[in-house]
Design a protein around this ligand. Structure first.
Ligand SMILES: *Cc1c(COP(=O)(O)O)cnc(C)c1O
Length: 376
Protein backbone atom coordinates (compact mmCIF):
# COMPACT_ATOMS: atom_id res chain seq x y z
CA UNK A 1 0.00 0.00 0.00
CA UNK A 2 1.21 3.49 -0.82
CA UNK A 3 1.15 5.81 2.22
CA UNK A 4 3.21 8.59 0.70
CA UNK A 5 2.08 9.36 -2.86
CA UNK A 6 4.37 10.96 -5.43
CA UNK A 7 2.18 14.05 -5.81
CA UNK A 8 -0.87 15.47 -4.09
CA UNK A 9 -2.54 18.53 -5.61
CA UNK A 10 -2.63 21.33 -3.01
CA UNK A 11 -5.77 23.40 -2.54
CA UNK A 12 -5.41 26.82 -0.91
CA UNK A 13 -9.05 26.75 0.22
CA UNK A 14 -10.46 29.62 -1.86
CA UNK A 15 -10.73 27.84 -5.22
CA UNK A 16 -14.45 27.02 -4.96
CA UNK A 17 -15.26 30.48 -3.60
CA UNK A 18 -13.67 32.12 -6.67
CA UNK A 19 -15.33 29.62 -9.00
CA UNK A 20 -18.68 30.57 -7.41
CA UNK A 21 -17.83 34.24 -7.96
CA UNK A 22 -17.04 33.56 -11.60
CA UNK A 23 -20.41 31.87 -11.96
CA UNK A 24 -22.13 34.84 -10.32
CA UNK A 25 -20.37 37.31 -12.64
CA UNK A 26 -22.41 35.56 -15.34
CA UNK A 27 -19.55 35.32 -17.85
CA UNK A 28 -18.13 31.82 -17.99
CA UNK A 29 -16.25 31.72 -21.27
CA UNK A 30 -12.63 32.89 -21.60
CA UNK A 31 -10.86 36.24 -21.32
CA UNK A 32 -13.09 37.57 -18.51
CA UNK A 33 -12.34 39.14 -15.14
CA UNK A 34 -10.36 36.26 -13.59
CA UNK A 35 -8.38 35.57 -16.76
CA UNK A 36 -7.32 39.20 -16.91
CA UNK A 37 -6.45 39.27 -13.20
CA UNK A 38 -4.15 36.25 -13.63
CA UNK A 39 -2.53 37.60 -16.78
CA UNK A 40 -1.95 41.05 -15.26
CA UNK A 41 -0.44 39.45 -12.18
CA UNK A 42 2.20 37.56 -14.19
CA UNK A 43 2.96 40.56 -16.41
CA UNK A 44 3.52 42.83 -13.40
CA UNK A 45 5.18 40.42 -10.97
CA UNK A 46 7.71 39.01 -13.44
CA UNK A 47 7.93 41.73 -16.06
CA UNK A 48 6.74 39.28 -18.72
CA UNK A 49 5.56 40.64 -22.05
CA UNK A 50 1.96 39.88 -22.91
CA UNK A 51 0.56 36.84 -21.03
CA UNK A 52 -2.30 34.72 -22.39
CA UNK A 53 -3.80 31.90 -20.33
CA UNK A 54 -4.25 28.66 -22.25
CA UNK A 55 -5.93 25.34 -21.51
CA UNK A 56 -2.51 23.68 -21.09
CA UNK A 57 1.20 24.20 -21.57
CA UNK A 58 0.86 21.93 -24.60
CA UNK A 59 -1.56 24.48 -26.08
CA UNK A 60 0.82 27.32 -25.26
CA UNK A 61 3.60 25.44 -27.09
CA UNK A 62 1.28 24.85 -30.05
CA UNK A 63 0.52 28.57 -30.18
CA UNK A 64 4.26 29.27 -30.03
CA UNK A 65 4.85 26.85 -32.91
CA UNK A 66 2.21 28.66 -35.00
CA UNK A 67 3.78 32.03 -34.17
CA UNK A 68 7.19 30.83 -35.39
CA UNK A 69 5.75 30.59 -38.96
CA UNK A 70 7.69 27.45 -39.82
CA UNK A 71 7.82 25.89 -43.28
CA UNK A 72 7.92 22.12 -43.83
CA UNK A 73 11.51 20.94 -43.29
CA UNK A 74 12.46 23.84 -41.02
CA UNK A 75 14.41 22.58 -38.02
CA UNK A 76 13.73 23.06 -34.34
CA UNK A 77 16.30 22.13 -31.68
CA UNK A 78 14.68 20.37 -28.71
CA UNK A 79 16.24 18.35 -25.86
CA UNK A 80 15.46 14.65 -26.15
CA UNK A 81 15.01 14.33 -22.40
CA UNK A 82 11.70 16.22 -22.13
CA UNK A 83 7.96 15.77 -22.21
CA UNK A 84 6.38 14.82 -25.55
CA UNK A 85 4.63 18.19 -25.99
CA UNK A 86 7.92 20.12 -26.30
CA UNK A 87 8.59 18.35 -29.59
CA UNK A 88 5.04 17.49 -30.63
CA UNK A 89 3.90 21.12 -30.91
CA UNK A 90 6.54 21.74 -33.59
CA UNK A 91 6.12 18.41 -35.38
CA UNK A 92 2.40 19.24 -35.80
CA UNK A 93 3.28 22.30 -37.91
CA UNK A 94 5.57 20.26 -40.16
CA UNK A 95 8.93 21.07 -38.59
CA UNK A 96 11.77 18.59 -38.22
CA UNK A 97 12.94 18.13 -34.65
CA UNK A 98 16.70 17.94 -34.08
CA UNK A 99 17.43 16.48 -30.66
CA UNK A 100 20.01 17.93 -28.27
CA UNK A 101 21.76 15.95 -25.56
CA UNK A 102 21.57 16.92 -21.87
CA UNK A 103 24.48 18.20 -19.78
CA UNK A 104 26.56 15.65 -17.86
CA UNK A 105 25.72 17.27 -14.51
CA UNK A 106 22.03 18.11 -15.07
CA UNK A 107 19.26 17.18 -17.52
CA UNK A 108 19.07 20.60 -19.24
CA UNK A 109 20.26 20.87 -22.82
CA UNK A 110 24.03 21.03 -23.24
CA UNK A 111 24.67 24.52 -24.60
CA UNK A 112 28.32 23.71 -25.40
CA UNK A 113 27.11 21.33 -28.10
CA UNK A 114 24.27 23.60 -29.25
CA UNK A 115 25.89 25.57 -32.06
CA UNK A 116 27.01 22.38 -33.81
CA UNK A 117 23.32 21.45 -34.26
CA UNK A 118 22.48 24.64 -36.15
CA UNK A 119 22.04 24.30 -39.93
CA UNK A 120 20.74 26.74 -42.55
CA UNK A 121 17.25 25.25 -41.92
CA UNK A 122 17.28 25.84 -38.15
CA UNK A 123 14.61 28.34 -37.05
CA UNK A 124 13.92 27.75 -33.34
CA UNK A 125 15.63 26.57 -30.13
CA UNK A 126 13.41 25.24 -27.34
CA UNK A 127 15.28 25.15 -24.01
CA UNK A 128 13.43 23.25 -21.27
CA UNK A 129 14.11 24.37 -17.69
CA UNK A 130 14.10 20.90 -16.16
CA UNK A 131 12.93 20.76 -12.52
CA UNK A 132 12.48 24.54 -12.70
CA UNK A 133 16.26 25.03 -12.88
CA UNK A 134 17.41 27.43 -15.60
CA UNK A 135 19.22 26.41 -18.75
CA UNK A 136 22.28 28.56 -19.50
CA UNK A 137 20.17 31.19 -21.23
CA UNK A 138 23.03 33.57 -22.14
CA UNK A 139 24.55 30.73 -24.16
CA UNK A 140 21.18 29.88 -25.77
CA UNK A 141 20.40 33.52 -26.61
CA UNK A 142 23.90 34.06 -28.06
CA UNK A 143 23.54 31.15 -30.46
CA UNK A 144 20.04 32.40 -31.35
CA UNK A 145 21.28 35.94 -32.00
CA UNK A 146 24.22 34.77 -34.16
CA UNK A 147 21.96 32.65 -36.37
CA UNK A 148 18.78 34.74 -36.21
CA UNK A 149 16.74 32.03 -34.47
CA UNK A 150 13.67 32.28 -32.26
CA UNK A 151 13.81 30.98 -28.69
CA UNK A 152 10.76 29.38 -27.08
CA UNK A 153 11.32 28.60 -23.37
CA UNK A 154 9.50 25.49 -22.18
CA UNK A 155 9.03 26.89 -18.68
CA UNK A 156 6.31 24.36 -17.77
CA UNK A 157 8.06 23.57 -14.47
CA UNK A 158 9.74 26.92 -13.98
CA UNK A 159 7.26 29.30 -12.33
CA UNK A 160 8.96 31.74 -9.97
CA UNK A 161 12.48 30.66 -10.91
CA UNK A 162 15.37 32.81 -12.13
CA UNK A 163 18.44 32.94 -14.35
CA UNK A 164 21.03 35.51 -13.18
CA UNK A 165 18.21 37.40 -11.49
CA UNK A 166 15.90 37.34 -14.53
CA UNK A 167 12.61 35.41 -14.25
CA UNK A 168 12.44 32.30 -16.42
CA UNK A 169 9.87 32.89 -19.11
CA UNK A 170 11.01 36.49 -19.61
CA UNK A 171 14.12 35.74 -21.69
CA UNK A 172 13.05 33.93 -24.88
CA UNK A 173 10.86 35.46 -27.62
CA UNK A 174 8.10 33.21 -26.27
CA UNK A 175 7.64 31.02 -23.20
CA UNK A 176 5.14 28.38 -22.11
CA UNK A 177 4.06 27.59 -18.53
CA UNK A 178 1.93 24.74 -17.16
CA UNK A 179 -0.64 24.75 -14.38
CA UNK A 180 -1.25 21.00 -14.62
CA UNK A 181 -2.00 19.45 -11.23
CA UNK A 182 1.57 18.15 -10.95
CA UNK A 183 3.16 21.62 -11.09
CA UNK A 184 3.85 24.13 -8.27
CA UNK A 185 0.66 26.15 -8.84
CA UNK A 186 -2.23 24.44 -10.55
CA UNK A 187 -5.57 24.75 -12.28
CA UNK A 188 -6.26 21.07 -12.99
CA UNK A 189 -5.29 21.48 -16.62
CA UNK A 190 -4.01 24.91 -17.56
CA UNK A 191 -1.14 26.85 -19.04
CA UNK A 192 0.08 30.21 -20.23
CA UNK A 193 1.88 31.62 -23.24
CA UNK A 194 4.21 34.55 -22.61
CA UNK A 195 4.93 36.75 -25.62
CA UNK A 196 8.07 38.80 -24.94
CA UNK A 197 8.60 39.90 -28.56
CA UNK A 198 6.17 42.82 -29.06
CA UNK A 199 6.01 42.09 -32.80
CA UNK A 200 4.21 38.79 -32.06
CA UNK A 201 1.54 40.04 -29.63
CA UNK A 202 -1.21 41.03 -32.05
CA UNK A 203 -1.00 37.74 -33.94
CA UNK A 204 -0.86 35.75 -30.69
CA UNK A 205 -4.16 37.26 -29.56
CA UNK A 206 -5.76 36.32 -32.86
CA UNK A 207 -4.47 32.73 -32.80
CA UNK A 208 -5.72 32.48 -29.20
CA UNK A 209 -9.26 33.54 -30.20
CA UNK A 210 -9.95 31.10 -33.09
CA UNK A 211 -8.31 33.22 -35.79
CA UNK A 212 -10.49 36.26 -35.03
CA UNK A 213 -9.70 39.78 -33.84
CA UNK A 214 -12.16 39.35 -30.96
CA UNK A 215 -9.72 40.44 -28.21
CA UNK A 216 -9.08 43.69 -30.07
CA UNK A 217 -12.84 44.20 -30.55
CA UNK A 218 -13.52 43.73 -26.82
CA UNK A 219 -10.95 46.38 -25.96
CA UNK A 220 -12.87 48.75 -28.23
CA UNK A 221 -10.01 48.93 -30.78
CA UNK A 222 -12.05 47.50 -33.67
CA UNK A 223 -15.71 48.15 -34.47
CA UNK A 224 -16.41 44.57 -35.57
CA UNK A 225 -14.63 41.26 -35.40
CA UNK A 226 -14.17 38.44 -37.87
CA UNK A 227 -11.88 35.81 -39.32
CA UNK A 228 -8.44 37.29 -39.96
CA UNK A 229 -5.88 34.44 -39.58
CA UNK A 230 -5.41 30.82 -38.45
CA UNK A 231 -5.95 29.91 -34.82
CA UNK A 232 -7.85 27.66 -32.48
CA UNK A 233 -9.72 27.78 -29.19
CA UNK A 234 -6.70 28.04 -26.91
CA UNK A 235 -8.24 30.04 -24.06
CA UNK A 236 -9.54 28.42 -20.87
CA UNK A 237 -12.90 29.23 -19.33
CA UNK A 238 -13.24 31.62 -16.42
CA UNK A 239 -13.73 28.63 -14.09
CA UNK A 240 -10.13 27.58 -14.71
CA UNK A 241 -8.85 31.13 -14.27
CA UNK A 242 -10.82 31.53 -11.00
CA UNK A 243 -9.21 28.37 -9.64
CA UNK A 244 -5.78 29.58 -10.72
CA UNK A 245 -6.32 32.96 -9.03
CA UNK A 246 -6.76 31.21 -5.66
CA UNK A 247 -3.42 29.48 -6.25
CA UNK A 248 -1.64 32.67 -7.34
CA UNK A 249 -2.71 34.36 -4.09
CA UNK A 250 -0.76 31.69 -2.18
CA UNK A 251 2.24 31.45 -4.51
CA UNK A 252 4.64 32.85 -1.89
CA UNK A 253 3.54 30.37 0.79
CA UNK A 254 3.59 27.46 -1.66
CA UNK A 255 7.12 28.26 -2.82
CA UNK A 256 8.41 28.75 0.73
CA UNK A 257 7.00 25.40 1.83
CA UNK A 258 8.35 23.53 -1.18
CA UNK A 259 11.77 25.09 -0.73
CA UNK A 260 11.89 24.07 2.95
CA UNK A 261 10.99 20.49 1.96
CA UNK A 262 13.60 20.47 -0.79
CA UNK A 263 16.26 21.73 1.61
CA UNK A 264 15.35 19.03 4.11
CA UNK A 265 15.70 16.31 1.46
CA UNK A 266 19.02 17.72 0.42
CA UNK A 267 20.41 17.73 3.99
CA UNK A 268 19.09 14.26 4.82
CA UNK A 269 20.42 12.71 1.62
CA UNK A 270 23.82 14.42 1.62
CA UNK A 271 25.54 11.64 3.64
CA UNK A 272 24.19 8.93 1.29
CA UNK A 273 25.33 10.94 -1.72
CA UNK A 274 28.73 11.52 -0.11
CA UNK A 275 29.10 7.77 0.39
CA UNK A 276 28.53 7.31 -3.34
CA UNK A 277 25.02 5.77 -3.35
CA UNK A 278 23.64 8.24 -5.91
CA UNK A 279 24.03 11.84 -7.06
CA UNK A 280 21.99 14.77 -5.80
CA UNK A 281 20.72 17.45 -8.20
CA UNK A 282 23.17 20.23 -9.06
CA UNK A 283 21.92 23.80 -9.24
CA UNK A 284 24.30 25.92 -11.35
CA UNK A 285 25.41 29.29 -9.88
CA UNK A 286 23.34 31.19 -12.44
CA UNK A 287 20.10 29.41 -11.51
CA UNK A 288 17.65 29.49 -8.62
CA UNK A 289 15.74 26.45 -7.42
CA UNK A 290 11.92 26.73 -7.37
CA UNK A 291 11.67 23.33 -5.67
CA UNK A 292 9.48 21.93 -8.40
CA UNK A 293 11.07 18.51 -8.06
CA UNK A 294 13.50 16.50 -5.96
CA UNK A 295 15.34 13.93 -8.01
CA UNK A 296 18.28 11.57 -7.57
CA UNK A 297 20.55 10.10 -10.23
CA UNK A 298 21.49 6.47 -9.58
CA UNK A 299 24.52 4.73 -11.11
CA UNK A 300 22.53 2.25 -13.18
CA UNK A 301 19.06 1.15 -14.21
CA UNK A 302 19.35 -1.78 -11.79
CA UNK A 303 20.22 0.42 -8.85
CA UNK A 304 17.33 2.72 -9.71
CA UNK A 305 14.87 -0.20 -10.01
CA UNK A 306 16.02 -1.43 -6.61
CA UNK A 307 15.57 2.00 -5.07
CA UNK A 308 12.05 2.37 -6.49
CA UNK A 309 11.18 -1.15 -5.26
CA UNK A 310 12.65 -0.49 -1.81
CA UNK A 311 10.61 2.69 -1.44
CA UNK A 312 7.48 1.01 -2.77
CA UNK A 313 7.84 -1.77 -0.18
CA UNK A 314 7.97 1.00 2.46
CA UNK A 315 4.76 2.56 1.04
CA UNK A 316 6.47 5.42 -0.83
CA UNK A 317 5.82 6.13 -4.49
CA UNK A 318 8.97 7.32 -6.29
CA UNK A 319 8.89 7.50 -10.09
CA UNK A 320 11.29 7.68 -13.02
CA UNK A 321 10.76 10.34 -15.65
CA UNK A 322 11.04 10.85 -19.40
CA UNK A 323 11.60 8.20 -22.04
CA UNK A 324 13.99 9.84 -24.52
CA UNK A 325 12.15 11.23 -27.53
CA UNK A 326 14.95 10.36 -29.98
CA UNK A 327 14.17 6.67 -29.32
CA UNK A 328 10.37 7.06 -29.14
CA UNK A 329 8.19 4.81 -31.33
CA UNK A 330 6.81 7.90 -33.09
CA UNK A 331 10.00 9.79 -33.85
CA UNK A 332 12.98 7.39 -33.71
CA UNK A 333 12.95 6.87 -37.48
CA UNK A 334 13.27 10.64 -38.03
CA UNK A 335 16.22 10.99 -35.67
CA UNK A 336 19.59 11.38 -37.40
CA UNK A 337 21.15 8.59 -35.32
CA UNK A 338 23.49 10.68 -33.17
CA UNK A 339 23.92 9.00 -29.77
CA UNK A 340 22.67 11.15 -26.88
CA UNK A 341 24.36 9.41 -23.95
CA UNK A 342 23.42 11.88 -21.22
CA UNK A 343 19.72 11.73 -22.16
CA UNK A 344 19.93 7.92 -22.10
CA UNK A 345 21.54 8.03 -18.67
CA UNK A 346 18.76 10.23 -17.20
CA UNK A 347 16.13 7.96 -18.74
CA UNK A 348 17.71 4.96 -16.97
CA UNK A 349 19.02 6.44 -13.76
CA UNK A 350 16.93 9.45 -12.67
CA UNK A 351 14.24 8.97 -10.02
CA UNK A 352 11.87 11.57 -8.55
CA UNK A 353 10.94 11.50 -4.88
CA UNK A 354 7.56 12.64 -3.49
CA UNK A 355 7.24 16.44 -3.47
CA UNK A 356 4.06 18.30 -2.55
CA UNK A 357 2.92 21.03 -0.17
CA UNK A 358 1.45 18.70 2.44
CA UNK A 359 4.49 16.42 2.64
CA UNK A 360 6.02 16.62 6.15
CA UNK A 361 9.60 16.66 7.42
CA UNK A 362 8.82 13.34 9.12
CA UNK A 363 7.72 11.91 5.77
CA UNK A 364 11.02 13.04 4.29
CA UNK A 365 13.02 11.50 7.13
CA UNK A 366 11.18 8.24 6.51
CA UNK A 367 11.73 8.39 2.74
CA UNK A 368 15.43 9.19 3.09
CA UNK A 369 15.97 6.38 5.56
CA UNK A 370 14.56 3.99 2.98
CA UNK A 371 16.73 5.41 0.21
CA UNK A 372 19.81 3.83 1.81
CA UNK A 373 21.05 0.76 -0.03
CA UNK A 374 22.81 -1.35 2.58
CA UNK A 375 24.37 -3.58 -0.09
CA UNK A 376 26.41 -0.72 -1.54
C1 LIG B 1 4.14 19.43 -17.67
C2 LIG B 1 5.01 19.71 -18.85
C3 LIG B 1 4.49 19.99 -20.12
C4 LIG B 1 3.04 19.85 -20.46
O1 LIG B 1 2.20 20.65 -19.71
P1 LIG B 1 0.61 20.48 -19.86
O2 LIG B 1 0.10 21.69 -19.15
O3 LIG B 1 0.25 19.20 -19.20
O4 LIG B 1 0.29 20.50 -21.31
C5 LIG B 1 5.36 20.34 -21.14
N1 LIG B 1 6.69 20.40 -20.94
C6 LIG B 1 7.23 20.11 -19.73
C7 LIG B 1 8.71 20.23 -19.56
C8 LIG B 1 6.41 19.75 -18.66
O5 LIG B 1 6.96 19.47 -17.48
Amino acid sequence: MINIPFNKPFLTGRETEYIRQAVEFGKLSGNGEFTQRCQNYFEQRYGFGRCLLTTSCTDALEMAALLCQLEPGDEVIVPSYTFVSTALAFVRVGAKVVFADSCTNNPNLDTEALEALVTPRTKVIVPVHYAGVACDMDAVMNVARCHNLMVVEDAAQAIDSYYKGRPLGSIGHLAAFSFHETKNIIAGEGGMLVINDPALVARAEIIWEKGTNRAEFFRGEANKYGWVDIGSSFLPSELTAAFLWAQIEQLGAIQARRQALWQHYSERLAPLAASGQFELPTIPDYATNNAHMFYLVCHSLDERSNLIARLKAAGVLAVFHYLCLHRSPYYASHHDGRPLPNCDRYEDCLVRLPMYYELTFDDIDFICKNCANHDL
